[in-house]
Design a protein around this ligand. Structure first.
Ligand SMILES: CC(C)(COP(=O)(O)OP(=O)(O)OC[C@H]1O[C@@H](n2cnc3c(N)ncnc32)[C@H](O)[C@@H]1OP(=O)(O)O)[C@@H](O)C(=O)NCCC(=O)NCCS
Length: 176
């Protein structure tokens, strides 16, 4: 899976409505031109791993891109990052995010030795809330007007999981 394929799904014309809906909780607009996707991939590749890192999520058999997961706002001294994720609407509710985000969590705690993973989620984002609670994150509070999306301020719920918290029982976290 190349980086370009990795986020190409957000730039295709078909299913644009679904994709626009999927992007409404991200603070970047939907790509409408291939060049926008290419530039974004270049930024992903060039980003500093201590601060940002992105992974394409690919289908094991076809290698087709299903989504992406990332960590951002890395604060190495405090062993803390925030995480993000998005799955192509055509492949949602099939356990893709559970498996991919579980793998990233394992990498963050076991390989990078991080202590605290955070997630910032809009209170109306039911799928993301369901996912993060399933993955063992705890709700810590409401952050008022924490994110600016298309000139509009959005509240976020802050969730976090510590390396010392009990692992979530998702069936996919123990695997390597
Ligand atoms: C959040 C998102 C990544 C979930 O991806 P997914 O691959 O569908 O998630 P999974 O299939 O692994 O499901 C995880 C849990 O959420 C639940 N879930 C998924 N979509 C749901 C929905 N629309 N409504 C209610 N629950 C939902 C699943 O049932 C599952 O719980 P369960 O195992 O107890 O049944 C996906 O909806 C998405 O890309 N949303 C848009 C981008 C976004 O909001 N990113 C997060 C920004 S904070």
């Amino acid at each position: 899976m190349t980086g370009l394929q990795g986020i190409e799904f957000v730039g295709q014309a078909t299913q644009r409505q679904n994709r626009r809906r999927a992007m409404r909780h991200w603070n970047t607009p939907l790509h409408t031109k291939r060049i926008e996707t290419e530039r974004a991939v270049r930024r992903f590749i060039d980003c500093t791993p201590s601060y940002y890192r992105f992974w394409a999520v690919a289908d094991k058999t076809t290698d087709r891109c299903l989504g992406l997961v990332n960590y951002h706002d890395g604060h190495i001294r405090n062993k803390r990052v925030a995480i993000g994720y998005i799955v192509d609407p055509a492949h949602c509710r099939q356990g893709v995010a559970t498996e991919a985000v579980s793998a990233m969590i394992r990498f963050c705690f076991q390989d990078l030795g991080l202590h605290r993973l955070q997630a910032f989620i809009h209170p109306d984002n039911a799928p993301s809330l369901k996912l993060i609670e399933k993955l063992g994150f705890r709700r810590e509070g409401l952050l008022r007007e924490n994110l600016r999306v298309s000139d509009e301020w959005r509240d976020d719920l802050l969730y976090a999981r510590l390396s010392t918290d009990r692992p979530a029982d998702t069936g996919s976290e123990g695997r390597r």
